[in-house]
Design a protein around this ligand. Structure first.
Ligand code: HEC
Ligand code: HEC
Length: 466
């Protein structure tokens, strides 16, 4: 079951956005063309159609209820009907009653689940939260009656979209591809959400990487990422606004992952280079009508499960032992590990932690394709060159609390070459490394006079220190 908002919604949102660098010209999600162009044109079209059907466009979004996204869903019963005015009563368990005062509910979709309009939906013209009355736009064949049940869905996601368009899109792009208008000037680049990979999570990466939790995303958005252009959004965004924009980011990530999953599946048989094969059109047609719809559901199920998995209780990494005292002995043990063969930190971070270890000088292999990169040094999952952190500077992108550093060392930094150590190291050892890593900025300052920073570096240092 999906709920779609129609053109009228698009028009209204477009006019609201016009004043803030509006995105009316880009009212479509961009195709992940690097992937899609590998497909036969008809297969490529099928993927686009699936995405349009199940996600819609930025200004006309679809709530695909199979995905674990809080679209905003309020269930209730019609009490009285007066033309297009419905006075209603919400069920107590409506998922986010407090946001029902939000103007977002105006022009959301209302789907009847019982009565003569069961399965039909109508758009809301107005919502009066004080009196719990909806005014609907015309569109129903028969008038609803008292006792009819309904679901109003989508207002929360739409609230998120508006905030995203205003605050995030110029960096992260309309479709979350990290390619917004200001992105090209930034290093590191804004995150491309479409791989569904997030770096600074509280979750494990072994045996399989677990997604970011809502709390992880909230932390990053609230505090920003120190030492990068990712700004902090508190106090600018209020609690419920943060929650709404997080849902939108998750939704974009799921969309990107499903797109990738579909292309990968179709590429097996229906890649571009098979265009001249006999009977390929016929075979594709059969596949699309017989097998593909199930595959679409399957992949959405898989992606959804991964995201709901991150929300399960007990997912965040919490060491059984608290941080031991930060003694000279603990730091010393940490340093030995840092330099030694068991943890191999030195290979990337270098003997003094400056981020210039031998791996930054060698040619590395792309783990996905097994091909050697053309330039020396490390690369991330998005194909960008990446440097190990210079630990002498004391800037921690994923947070500076000891537990943050613990999680970085335990699980690694997803999407980057920084590996996890949950198997190689004990809790005590990881804590010693935490104590050592946090001491590096002080110890490395003592003997030498600090190197003057360039202006740009200097301002980044102080940009978001939390
Ligand atoms: C000025 C550009 C800019 C703006 C505006 C911006 N971001 Fe970012 N964002 C970045 C950069 C750069 C990174 C990547 C930093 C890195 O890789 O260490 C990032 C990373 C992220 C991440 C990934 C965190 C992780 O753990 O991998 C999330 C989520 C995110 N931003 C959400 C948002 C949201 C939501 C907004 C709007 C409310 C927003 N950003 C606005 C530049 C920006
Ligand atoms: C294969 C290379 C590699 C190895 C080995 C490695 N790191 Fe890293 N490390 C990186 C990279 C790359 C980053 C920067 C990732 C990013 O934020 O985008 C990083 C970042 C960090 C950070 C900064 C975290 C933050 O929030 O900013 C710390 C602390 C760190 N590493 C500690 C360690 C320790 C301790 C070890 C050994 C247990 C280690 N690293 C091993 C590559 C490596």
């Amino acid at each position: 079951m999906s709920v779609r908002w129609q053109t009228i919604v698009a028009l209204m949102l477009a006019s609201l956005l016009a004043g803030c660098g509006g995105d009316t010209s880009k009212a479509r999600f961009a195709e992940n063309s690097a992937l899609a162009k590998q497909l036969l044109p008809k297969a490529r079209k099928a993927v686009q159609k699936t995405l349009d059907d199940h996600f819609g466009s930025p200004l006309d979004s679809v709530a695909w209820l199979k995905l674990p996204v809080n679209y905003g869903k309020a269930e209730g019963t019609v009490k009285t009907v007066d033309g297009q005015k419905l006075s209603v009563e919400f069920n107590a368990e409506a998922s986010d009653l407090e946001s029902l005062t939000s103007p977002e509910l105006t022009r959301a979709g209302l789907l009847f689940t019982s009565g003569s309009n069961a399965g039909k939906q109508v758009l809301l013209a107005k919502f009066d939260s004080k009196n719990s009355t909806f005014e609907t736009l015309p569109g129903l064949e028969s008038a609803p009656s008292s006792g009819d049940q309904f679901v109003a869905a989508g207002h929360f996601l739409r609230h998120g979209r508006k905030l995203y368009a205003r605050h995030c899109q110029h960096c992260h792009g309309v479709s979350g591809d990290g390619d917004g208008t200001t992105a090209k000037y930034l290093n590191p680049r804004p995150r491309d959400y479409r791989l569904g990979v997030f770096k600074f999570t509280s979750t494990a990466s072994f045996p399989a990487p677990i997604k970011a939790t809502r709390d992880d995303l909230k932390r990053v958005i609230a505090l920003g990422i120190p030492g990068t252009y990712m700004p902090s959004f508190v106090p600018m965004l209020k609690e419920n606004e943060l929650t709404a924009v997080i849902e939108y980011v998750r939704w974009l990530a799921m969309r990107g992952e499903i797109e990738k999953g579909l292309v990968t599946e179709l590429k097996g048989e229906y890649s571009k280079d098979r265009s001249k094969d006999d009977g390929i059109d016929k075979s594709l047609e059969t596949y699309l009508s017989e097998t593909y719809p199930n595959f679409v559901n399957e992949i959405a199920g898989e992606v959804g499960e991964k995201w709901s998995g991150a929300e399960e209780e007990g997912t965040p990494i919490i060491p059984k032992k608290p941080r031991p005292q930060d003694t000279a002995e603990s730091r010393h043990r940490g340093k030995e590990l840092f330099l030694g063969n068991k943890a191999k930190c030195v290979n990337c971070h270098g003997p003094t932690g400056r981020g210039n270890g031998p791996m930054t000088e060698d040619f590395q292999k792309n783990p996905d394709t097994n091909e050697t990169y053309a330039e020396r040094g490390l690369y991330d999952t998005w194909g960008q060159p990446i440097k190990p952190r210079d630990l002498t500077r004391g800037i921690y992108r994923g947070g500076r609390r000891p537990i943050d550093i613990y999680r970085r060392i335990y699980a690694g930094i997803k999407g980057t070459p920084m590996p996890g150590n949950s198997q190689a190291l004990s809790e005590d050892e990881i804590w010693d490394l935490v104590n050592y890593a946090l001491s590096v900025p002080y110890d490395s300052q003592a003997p030498k006079s600090p190197k003057p920073h360039s202006v740009a570096e200097h301002s980044m240092d102080h940009g978001h220190a939390n």
